[in-house]
Design a protein around this ligand. Sequence first.
Ligand code: ATP
Ligand code: MG
Length: 557
Amino acid sequence: MSDEAAPPPHFIRHVVEDDLRTDKWGGRVVTRFPPEPNGYLHIGHSKAICLNFGLAADFGGTCHLRFDDTNPTKENVEYVESIKADIRWLGFDWGPHEYYASDYFEQLYQWAEELIRRGLAYVDDLSADEIRAYRGTLTEPGRESPYRTRSVEESLDLFRRMRAGEFEDGARVLRAKIDMASPNVNMRDPTLYRIRRTPHHRTGDAWSIYPMYDYAHPLSDSIERVTHSICTLEYADHRPLYDWLCEALGIYHPQQIEFARLNLPYTVMSKRKLLALVEDGRVAGWDDPRMPTISGFRRRGYTPEAIRRFCERVGVARTDGMVDVALLEHAVREDLNKVAPRAMAVLRPIRLVLENYPEGQVEEMEAVNNPEDPAMGTRRVPFSRVLYIERDDFREDPPKKYFRLAPGAEVRLRYAYLVRCTGVVKDPATGEVVEVRATYDPASRGGDAPDGRKVRGTIHWVSVAHAVQAEVRLYDHLFTAADPAAAEDFKASLNPHSLETVTAWVEPALAGAAPGSRWQFERTGYFCVDPVDSTPRRPVFNRTVALRDSWAKVERA
Ligand code: ATP
Ligand code: MG
């Protein structure tokens, strides 16, 4: 499957196609992505972004970016800017269609007065706790507020004074007058407006009352003449209210359609929880590469192509489920395999001394930059008598089928020579192997012996005298529990080993690697130069993903 392939059909596409066929919306397709600017976007949002922008693009429509900024206590401009940057990075463009629910505050207010005049809304003086108590339960009907029957004039007067800032936060609310006995709790006179004498990041202190999401959302959709208002399944129970509001006001009425949220295991995907991790210093910020945020994935080295392809493959379902992380990792490997230049880096080094290699001699070995793409050419890597290899690539007591270095065993040094281990040097105090000794076969330059003897193992290396020290960050799941949110305290299952930092040695060409550039370190994975902490003096590499591809195995099986 490639980006160019036709997107797989799903039920929302079918709805849009049917609507075009029956001319339900006069040939228009208008979708929207409506984030609340109270945090950074996460990978779940990217599914909604790909879906909404993708449908608009596929059917010649438009997709609006609308900030649902109705709660001034939690929202700010940093979040607005990060959301825009992340959507652009994913490859989508809203053109001139950047909207804010706060731009509609006056119209929303006027409609609220209209509902009062029509006898469909009232000001309630019950406290929040009382309203909750009166609401009833799933099995018991609610009770009507004593204020429900107050006159239109009185409600109008109180509502205007709420707006004017005459009352304390929480003193009163505006509620829709629907049905306290409705089996759907959302229809039991839902709150439409509450008092919040808090300045707003866009409207300043113009407002003392703010609309609830369930009120602002459908009416914003209506103002923008959205055709398909696509949201996640938990809003299915709110759809009757969405429809009721449009009908009660007799205004343009978009169609709400629900789809399943994207969930990934071993992480959390609620902005409130992600914010708690940031505020408690459990991670280095919203863009910490362990975070499931779009900015975290970007800093970790994911490509927008990989995330888009992942979202496409996940598909659009009508029931919630978990998606295997391997599917996401597969998408990024697939992409980076084609584009990431190869390099050699030793993450956990041990010295390898070639006893018969002349002291002071340096050879430039020709190395392929990307076997998948000959156009990426070759480079020269300095080789000398003393090298670093991975500690793991040597075993004093090798298990069966261990084809790397061991006393007496022969191995191929990538792009260089065959070498045979002659012994080790140990730390006399601890007995630990601190150096591996070997001889090289000068006739095997390039990696093949003239006598045709078979050597199965190939390992990577760097020359000690030429290598550059780098910090390498290796990541594991942020949580040890598959569903951390299921526990009372989701932080209880934070993985103490989610970040491991090692001091590695990398080939000299990597010293100048551009921040954000992506590489494959032979045999150890894909890495990205950290755009924040890396310096030419001390490059920092984040491991995007290891090379092992469990998904490919699953697919083959
Ligand atoms: P959170 O729980 O993280 O705060 P939210 O739904 O409150 O998420 P919004 O900013 O309101 O966050 O989300 C904007 C849009 O993204 C909504 O239409 C929402 O349905 C969609 N969305 C949020 N999370 C997911 C998810 N996990 N999968 C798919 N779509 C999502
Ligand atoms: Mg929301």
